[in-house]
Structures are given as structure tokens and as C-alpha cells.
Design a binder for this molecule. Structure first.
Ligand SMILES: C[S@@+](CC[C@H](N)C(=O)[O-])C[C@H]1O[C@@H](n2cnc3c(N)ncnc32)[C@H](O)[C@@H]1O
Length: 240
């Protein structure tokens, strides 16, 4: 899909506002329930520990934010930031069921202009967020800016499977079946078509690791999940 930067931001915001109500259910159905395990892996890789202050960018309905919250209790803090009002409202509701809710703060804001000081977090995560940004490098640079030297920046996102046949089946499923399910279960075919095209047009996991490096991170790498349909890409802010 071709957009100007401003158009893309508005389109993405409208899309997530429209699908917020059914987002969690669709996420679980589309990932066959594996999304929870993938988020836990992110928590492990960012090395979230009690007392830490972690930022979760593009936090959406707060699922990853909540997983992070469980690891920083009793004295740490997780801040989730997202620009979609509807996704955040769902996150506030979801948070009510979490024992770590006192340690979690949710904010409405833009990933491309984070309202935080330099070197103020012990780690930053982004779950299925980077591919929605009109300026990918700027979003990563913002995360790099706000984490402390030695801390990790970790992204979980759709990736590019390479196994023959499996990858053809996967892209068919994503292009044809998911928008169909989106239409049946959530009444939102156009929005689920966007999810396909944003994943299809997004950088591969190895390209994204390279961009992490170009944005100033070291010890970059990636871990494929579910045969490379999804990948965790990570890097460390250099120690001074
Ligand atoms: C696919 S959802 C991911 C939600 C969540 N991280 C998860 O693990 O399920 C992507 C989220 O990114 C948010 N988003 C996209 N672009 C953004 C931006 N520029 N600033 C803040 N949030 C943004 C959307 O509003 C949406 O809630």
C-alpha cells in the first residue's frame, strides 16, 4: 500500500480503532494461541526483572505490557504507549484483571516522538508495532534514545518464513483466509487486508536486525518463531 507518512499514521490509527474490540480474540485465533508464548519470550529476551523500568511501545490492548508487568513487580514499572484511543481503552479493561496493574501505566502518544527523557528505561519492547510506522528507523531510534546504555531493544513482529511450500501456504492463509475470518468474526475485511499487506511489505527478520544495527544497536540478532512466520529481533544499546 502506498501512503504519505501522515496518511499512513492516520490509516493505521483508524484501522486499530476499528478492530480494537475484537483484536485480542482475532490475535489468539490467528496465532492459534501461540501469541502468549511469543510475548513471554520477548519478556525473557528484554531481561525484565523486579525493580526495572520498561517501555512497551505500540502497546495496543496491553497484552505484552501486562506480561512485562509480572516480571518487574513489586517495585518496577512498565509504561505502555499507543496512539489508538480504542486499543488503549481495551488495555485499561484488560489491566483490571492483572495483579501487576499498580506497576503499569498506559499513555496515549506517538512512537515516533516518545515523551520520555534520554536513557530513562532499562529496556524497550514493541510487539507487532514497527511495521505500522511510516518511518521505521525513526521509531527504532526513539526506542534507542530512551533506553539506558547496556539495555535491550526488542521487537516481536511478522517475519518472512523461508521453508518452501510452508511459506506459500502461509502467505495464502494470510492473504485469503485471515481477511475472510476477519470479515466473518469481526466484520472487518479491509482492516485484515491491511494486516496482510503490512506484513508482506515489511522487512525480513535479517533486514530488520541490520536496521537495528544502523540505528546504533550492537549485538543484534533475531530468533525465528513458528517457522519464521514471526520473529523476535533484538539489539543492545552500547555501554558508554
Ligand atoms: C498490532 S497492534 C499490537 C498491539 C500489542 N503490542 C500486542 O502485542 O498485541 C499495533 C499497535 O500499534 C499502534 N501504533 C501504530 N503506529 C503507532 C504510532 N505511530 N504510535 C503509537 N502507536 C502506534 C496501533 O495503534 C496498535 O495498537
Amino acid at each position: 500500500m502506498e501512503f504519505s507518512n501522515r496518511d499512513k499514521s492516520q490509516y493505521v490509527k483508524d484501522t486499530f480503532n476499528a478492530i480494537a474490540r475484537r483484536y485480542d480474540l482475532m490475535n489468539t485465533l490467528m496465532s492459534l494461541g501461540m501469541d502468549k508464548l511469543w510475548r513471554r519470550k520477548v519478556v525473557q529476551i528484554v531481561q525484565a526483572k523486579p525493580g526495572m523500568r520498561i517501555l512497551d511501545v505500540c502497546c495496543g490492548t496491553g497484552k505484552l505490557t501486562t506480561e512485562l508487568g509480572k516480571s518487574v513487580v513489586p517495585s518496577g514499572q512498565v509504561i505502555g504507549i499507543d496512539f489508538s484511543k480504542e486499543m488503549l481503552e481495551k488495555a485499561w479493561k484488560n489491566l483490571n484483571n492483572s495483579f501487576s496493574k499498580e506497576n503499569i501505566k498506559l499513555l496515549q502518544g506517538d512512537a515516533l516522538s516518545l515523551p520520555f527523557e534520554n536513557n530513562s528505561f532499562d529496556g524497550a519492547t514493541v510487539g507487532w508495532g514497527l511495521r505500522n510506522l511510516p518511518e521505521l528507523s525513526k521509531g527504532i531510534q526513539e526506542m534507542v534514545r530512551v533506553v539506558k546504555p547496556g539495555s535491550l531493544v526488542v521487537s516481536l513482529d511478522m517475519a518472512k518464513p523461508t521453508i518452501p511450500i510452508f511459506k506459500q501456504v502461509y502467505w495464502f492463509y494470510f492473504k485469503k483466509i485471515i481477511p475472510f475470518l476477519g470479515k466473518i468474526w469481526a466484520g472487518k475485511e479491509k482492516e485484515y487486508n491491511y494486516l496482510f499487506s503490512s506484513a508482506y511489505e515489511f522487512e525480513s527478520q535479517s533486514e530488520l536486525a541490520k536496521i537495528f544495527e544502523n540505528c546504533g544497536l550492537v549485538k543484534t540478532g533475531y530468533i525465528n518463531l513458528a517457522g519464521g512466520i514471526v520473529a523476535i529481533v533484538y539489539g543492545q544499546k552500547p555501554r558508554i
